[in-house]
Design a protein around this ligand. Structure first.
Ligand SMILES: Nc1ncnc2c1ncn2[C@@H]1O[C@H](COP(=O)(O)OP(=O)(O)OP(=O)(O)O)[C@@H](O)[C@H]1O
Ligand SMILES: [Mg+2]
Length: 327
């Protein structure tokens, strides 16, 4: 069976400066995939590019297929059917995605009319059902309110309702909870999980909060400087990260239970895309880097079933993490 979405060699450059440098990613039906990495690593651009949502001056290359059909560079009419229909996306800045001068009813109904071909009473009933589903109290009355009349958490829920309007096979949620306090954040994520289970929908959860990803995703891909540097089932990645960058990120994650591990921030910053180092982009920040790391960018290679890592020192770095001396 063809995977739901397959991304191969996806590259993006803005004004000749590469920001995405060959992303490979496969997503299966119903799966929850976390995409993590520091700010600027290319998490949002990956999906904006895949869905044809980048500005015209972006140079995009590679392959993106939806159930085997190429969607990268597909005609606008086909992409319109895919976006919001097969694949929905909740953007990083939800407030800007709702139109402030239209009621929620109008905006939900537009999405429903476009993707589900509903009309009249059925359309109104479905708008109300969706608002109910995402836990907006008194949904019938609240449909006539404008976006500014809702709290930040409620706006986020409405965004989810809008995204669900097309019955998508895949929901891409880009930092859906960053602006919210911890309780609301947990509620929204719980809501996403419930909806996903009920609808059999796949989810890509983009976040720089590793804890959020660990709890909500089956598999995690770690991005650094426009590439995926490690991909693994969540539990394995968190128990035993292989890439020194993933180790740094996970070392910096305060444990929820068990003995407290030391908080370790990764020294240095993400390289400027215009001044990308040759070889491994993480090498300048990597405690394990050797001369050979500067020679060529390592490719994402399998280290076990379901696990891939782009690091020529991965084995040495696992040993260092486990405190085993190299022979
Ligand atoms: N429209 C654009 N024009 C020029 N550069 C862009 C544009 N959009 C993104 N970039 C650049 O592409 C790189 C990747 O950006 P992206 O938004 O994917 O990062 P991200 O991983 O989503 O970060 P964050 O966690 O901050 O959301 C960054 O260097 C960013 O400055
Ligand atoms: Mg982003």
């Amino acid at each position: 069976m063809a995977p739901l979405v397959n991304i191969a060699g996806l590259s993006v450059a803005f004004s000749g400066v590469p920001v995405l440098r060959g992303v490979d990613l496969t997503l299966h039906k119903g799966e929850a995939l976390g995409l993590v990495g520091e700010s600027g690593s290319g998490k949002s651009v990956t999906w904006l590019a895949a869905l044809g949502l980048l500005p015209r001056h972006a140079q995009v290359s590679g392959k993106v297929t939806l159930e085997g059909r190429e969607i990268l560079g597909a005609p606008a009419t086909e992409l319109d059917r895919v976006r919001g229909g097969r694949i929905a996306m909740i953007f990083q800045d939800p407030a800007s995605s709702l139109n402030p001068v239209l009621t929620i009813r109008r905006q939900l109904c537009e999405a429903l009319a476009l993707h589900r071909n509903l009309q009249g009473i059925a359309l109104k009933a479905e708008a109300r059902r969706l608002l109910d589903l995402v836990g907006i109290p008194d949904a019938g009355r609240r449909l006539d309110a404008y976006p500014h009349e809702f709290s930040g958490g409620q706006v986020q829920r409405i965004m989810i309702a809008m995204a669900l309007a097309g019955n998508p096979d895949l929901l891409i949620a880009d930092e859906p909870t960053t602006a919210l306090d911890a309780t609301i954040q947990a509620q929204i994520l719980e809501l996403l999980s419930t909806v996903r289970r009920e609808l059999g929908m796949a989810l890509v959860l983009i976040s720089h909060d590793l804890g959020v990803v660990a709890e909500n995703c089956d598999r995690v891909a770690v991005m650094y400087a426009g590439r995926i540097v490690e991909e693994a089932p969540s539990n394995q990645l968190f128990a035993d990260p292989a890439h020194p960058y993933a180790q740094g990120l996970i070392g910096a994650l305060p444990p929820l239970d068990g003995p407290r591990r030391r908080l370790t921030a990764i020294p240095g910053t993400v390289p400027d895309p215009a001044k990308m180092p040759g070889g491994c982009a993480f090498a300048p920040r990597c405690a394990l880097a050797s001369e050979s790391c500067g020679l060529a960018a390592p490719s994402l290679a399998p280290i076990a079933d379901d696990r891939r890592v782009a690091c020529i020192r991965a084995e040495a770095s696992r040993r260092a993490l486990l405190g085993i001396a190299a022979e």
